[in-house]
Write a protein of this length. Structure first.
Length: 291
C-alpha cells in the first residue's frame, strides 16, 4: 500500500497520565528518500527512524522553535541529522564515512558506534531572543535508534517513555508514549498496558493501515481521545544567502583558491540536493561588498 498522506496524531487515555504521539509519513518521507536515493537501504531506514523520532519528540514539547536530533557516527555512518520545527516542517540527511560503502552486512554498532565512540545529541532551539538553545549530549547506548533515544529520555530527561520506530522505502513512522506528571491517583495499570501494547506491535502494520485504523486496532480496549492532528511536511531551508554565508566563513583566500583551480564553486544542499554555482564574478562581488 502506498500512503498518500502524512499524519501525526496525539492521544490521551482515561487516566490522563500518559500521552501518546503516533506518526505515519508517506509522501514527505518519499521526498527525503528521493534526495538520498543513492544510499544503501540500511542507511535509509536509519534516516527514516531518526526523522520519525524528531517529529514525535517535537510533538511532545511545547515550543516555538525546532527540535534537532544528531548522531555523530563512529563507523560506516558519519552523521545522521533530522530537524523538526514547531509547525511540523522537517528536513533530514545522512552521510556515510565512505561513498558507495556496502553496509548491508554490518551490525548497528559497526554502522554507528565502533569502539563506543558514537555520540547522540538533542538540540531544542526556542528561536527566541535572549533564549539560548538547549543541548543534551550522550554517548550512543543501544542497538537501535529507538533504544538510543529511550536511554536519552530516561537518563538525561528523567522521563518515563517507550518508543517504536519504523522506516522502509514507502513509509516512516512510530509511536511515542510518555508518562505525564500525575494529576490524580493512578495504579499504573494504564502505563503497563500501553507498554505491553507497544511491545507487541509489528512494524508491518504501518504499511498495511492508515493511522486512524492503527489506533482503532491496537487501542481498541482502551478509552482514548484524540487531542490534535498535524500534517508533517518536508521543507528545506537552503537559499542563496546561506550559500554566501558559507563562503564568508570559508574566507576570501580559500574560496578564491577553489575558483582559480575549478573556475567556479559548487555547493550542493545535503537536504534537497539543490546545486548552487558561484562564479568568479559572484565571488568578486560578494567580497567587494564587505569592503
Amino acid at each position: 500500500m502506498k500512503f498518500t498522506t502524512d499524519q501525526l496524531i496525539t492521544l490521551i487515555f482515561a487516566e490522563e497520565n500518559t500521552r501518546t504521539n503516533m506518526l505515519q509519513i508517506g509522501p514527505s518521507w518519499r521526498q527525503v528518500l528521493k534526495n538520498h536515493q543513492d544510499l544503501p537501504q540500511e542507511a535509509k531506514n536509519i534516516l527514516g527512524e531518526i526523522t520519525a523520532a524528531s517529529i514525535l519528540l517535537n510533538a511532545s514539547i511545547k515550543h516555538t522553535g525546532s527540535v534537532s536530533l544528531q548522531l555523530y557516527g563512529a563507523g560506516a555512518i558519519k552523521l545522521v541529522f533530522s530537524e523538526c520545527n514547531s509547525d511540523f516542517t522537517f528536513r533530514s540527511t545522512i552521510k556515510l564515512s565512505e561513498k558507495n560503502l556496502d553496509i548491508g552486512n554490518l551490525s548497528f554498532q559497526e554502522m554507528l558506534n565502533e569502539s563506543n565512540k558514537g555520540i547522540f545529541s538533542v538540540i531544542i532551539d526556542p528561536k527566541l531572543k535572549n533564549k539560548q538553545p538547549y543541548q543534551g549530549i550522550i554517548q550512543i547506548e543501544g542497538n537501535s535508534i529507538s533504544e538510543i533515544i529511550k536511554n536519552y529520555l530516561k537518563n538525561s530527561e528523567q522521563i518515563d517513555s517507550d518508543l517504536l520506530l519504523t522506516a522502509n522505502s514507502k513509509v516512516a513512522g512510530g509511536i511515542l508514549i510518555q508518562k505525564m506528571p500525575a494529576n490524580k491517583i493512578e495504579d499504573g495499570t494504564e502505563w503497563t498496558e500501553l507498554k505491553n501494547i507497544i511491545s507487541k506491535i509489528k512494524n508491518a502494520i504501518f504499511n498495511q493501515k492508515n493511522l486512524i485504523e492503527i489506533i482503532e486496532e491496537i487501542f481498541c480496549k482502551l478509552e482514548q481521545r484524540i487531542l490534535k492532528s498535524e500534517t508533517p511536511s518536508f521543507l528545506c531551508k537552503c537559499n542563496k544567502n546561506k550559500v554566501r554565508n558559507i563562503l564568508l566563513q570559508l574566507g576570501e583566500k580559500e574560496s578564491k583558491n577553489i575558483i582559480s583551480k575549478k573556475g567556479e564553486i559548487e555547493i550542493k544542499c545535503n537536504f534537497c540536493n539543490k546545486l548552487y554555482v558561484v562564479s568568479k564574478k559572484d565571488h568578486i562581488s560578494l567580497f567587494q561588498k564587505r569592503i
